[in-house]
Design a protein around this ligand. Structure first.
Ligand SMILES: CC(C)(COP(=O)(O)OP(=O)(O)OC[C@H]1O[C@@H](n2cnc3c(N)ncnc32)[C@H](O)[C@@H]1OP(=O)(O)O)[C@@H](O)C(=O)NCCC(=O)NCCS
Length: 152
């Protein structure tokens, strides 16, 4: 059993998410963007990993028909490499399978090999490139797709 627990994200978590977001992403979302995402429970599912009383990771996915889009995932600096992101992905995959979701997709920066390693473990495969996807850096994004267990 992991020392952290996974639960649904709540509005009050936004400060901690913003902290991780600003520490981990070159083009971080704002508080307003995060709040819009967290509270849009019709089409989004945001989860957090909680260790003691602190949020050490979060994952946000969006549902589009029978597809799941990974919108964001981040682990608190200093807590990487312990399996926190994998726990969040496991939980999302379990939930998506129950919902009958068939496929999942996401974009990831071509240089972000750490995140790519995580995604490849979940069956994601590159299917294309979006040129100049990231506004500030102009970096390209790989487009990844995966079949979920419910589809096989
Ligand atoms: C990508 C990220 C979410 C991974 O989180 P994490 O909690 O460290 O991931 P986990 O510990 O669950 O590791 C899962 C896999 O990620 C990869 N990984 C984790 N730490 C790594 C490291 N230090 N070096 C290389 N790969 C690493 C490994 O493939 C690992 O699999 P393994 O357990 O078989 O070694 C985290 O590094 C992060 O927040 N990065 C910045 C934000 C980001 O890039 N998000 C993705 C945007 S598309």
């Amino acid at each position: 059993m992991t020392p952290w627990t996974i639960r649904l994200c709540e509005r009050r978590d936004v400060h901690e998410l913003l902290f991780i977001e600003e520490a981990q992403f070159p083009e971080p979302w704002t508080r307003g963007m995060l709040l819009d995402e967290i509270t849009n429970v019709e089409t989004r599912r945001y989860t957090v990993a909680v260790l003691d009383t602190s949020i050490v990771g979060y994952l946000g996915v969006m549902f589009v028909m029978d597809e799941l889009h990974v919108n964001t995932i981040g682990t608190l600096p200093g807590f990487e490499g312990r399996g926190i992101a994998a726990s969040l992905m496991d939980d999302a995959w379990r939930d998506a399978t129950e919902r009958g979701i068939k496929r999942a997709t996401l974009e990831v920066a071509t240089s972000n090999t750490r995140a790519q390693q995580l995604y490849y473990r979940y069956g994601f495969k590159p299917v294309g490139v979006r040129k100049n996807y990231y506004e500030r850096s102009g970096e390209d994004a790989l487009v990844l797709w995966a079949d979920l267990p419910s589809a096989t």
